[in-house]
Design a protein around this ligand. Structure first.
Ligand code: TYM
Length: 342
């Protein structure tokens, strides 16, 4: 079976962008592939954070995965920091990562500009190396993510190739390695729709956990009246009718795409249905479709979240299965890099 891994940071609340860009697409994959889904708590400390919130947010995010339909009997669900190999491999990979590759990362540039140099920890720069280790440890074939992770995936691929080249040559083969390749080179899986869900208050910036205004995003756990209110107040335009793909109408394209994905209709059907509508008649449709899609997730979330023994057992079993795969890769890497065997 081909293998798939992906994860979400436990910072703030999981929003519609995380769901449509990533989590929703994981659900179908678990039937066809071997899947591992983790909560990347180690990534969540790369910007200032609240120590009192971290473990709660980690647990909440795990419950969200399950509530969205991740099936713990098919997928391994675990917490990144519970599998020690992630941090260990990261150090080994760091030595093979040119610093220029990291300086070029768009997310690093954006986040560090906002925070200011003196507030930026080294971990914000090396963040993509940890992400590469999350992926390469499992010899993953595919990584389902939103568009904003594309550059990190590209770095992961280049790093895998570089390590294969530097340490996977003849010396490695002599030691009995698999055909000279230490890591499988993974491919991103970016969905055709939903890969970049935009802010409700500005169709040109992406929906994000860190945007100061909560009005800019729909959180998966928002109650019905909050969803209705956010859609009522969201930014629109004054063009007649509604349409996809008009570059002058980013908000319109975004809201139609969201409607398409939560209603389960095709793009063509939505385009037809909405071409004769105005904002006043479309907004209630969108609100209802959102509530109808999210409400069952919220009900399941409450059930799962209140059963802490169950949640603990899922995370424990997930970490156990993940560790088996991760430890085997790590051992090979140490060997290929010439370390004394323990
Ligand atoms: P994070 O926590 O920022 O986001 C989790 C997932 O949600 C996607 N996403 C979006 N998709 C569409 N529209 C949006 N507005 C939107 N915002 C976020 C992201 O692309 C992502 O798929 N570095 C990663 C987490 C990570 C990871 C990994 C992912 C760490 N290690 C290994 C895959 C494999 C991150 O910060 O995602």
């Amino acid at each position: 079976k081909k293998r798939i891994v992906s994860g979400v940071q436990p910072t703030g609340s999981v929003h519609l962008g995380n769901y449509l860009g990533a989590i929703k697409n994981w659900i179908d994959l678990q039937n066809t592939y071997e899947t591992l889904f983790f909560i990347v708590d180690l990534h969540a400390i790369t910007l200032p954070y609240d120590t009192k919130e971290l473990s709660k947010a980690t647990r909440d995010t795990a419950a969200i995965y399950l509530a969205c339909g991740i099936d713990a009997s098919k997928a391994s669900v675990f917490v990144q920091s519970h599998v020690h190999a992630h941090v260990e491999l990261m150090w080994l990979l760091s030595s093979a990562t040119p610093i220029g590759w990291l300086n070029r990362m768009i997310q690093f540039k954006e986040k560090s500009r906002k925070a200011g140099d003196e507030n930026v920890g080294v971990a914000l720069l090396t963040y993509p190396v940890l992400m590469a280790s999350d992926i390469l440890l499992y010899q993953s074939d595919f990584v389902p993510v939103g568009e904003d992770q594309k550059q990190h995936l590209e770095l992961t691929r280049e790093l895998a190739e570089r390590v294969n080249y530097l340490y996977g040559g003849r010396k490695w083969k002599k030691l009995g390695g698999r055909g000279g390749s230490i890591f499988k080179v993974p491919e991103p899986l970016i969905p055709p729709a939903g890969a970049r869900v935009m802010s409700l208050t500005d169709g040109l910036s992406k929906m994000s956990k860190s945007a100061p205004s909560d009005q800019s995003r729909i959180n998966l756990l928002d109650p019905k009246d909050v969803i209705a209110n956010k859609i009522k107040r969201c930014k629109t335009d004054s063009f007649p009718a509604l349409e996809f793909d008009n570059p002058e109408r980013p908000e319109c394209n975004n809201l139609l795409s969201v409607y398409q994905l939560v209603s389960g209709k095709t793009k063509e059907d939505v385009a037809k249905e909405c071409q004769g509508l105005n904002w006043g008649s479309f907004k209630p449709l969108l609100t209802d479709a959102l509530i109808e899609h999210l409400y069952p997730i919220q009900v399941r979330y409450e059930e799962i979240h209140s059963d802490s023994a169950y949640l603990d057992s899922v995370l424990e079993e997930g970490a156990r299965k993940a560790s088996e795969i991760a430890d085997a890769t790590l051992k090979n890497v140490y060997q290929a890099m010439g370390f004394l065997r323990r």
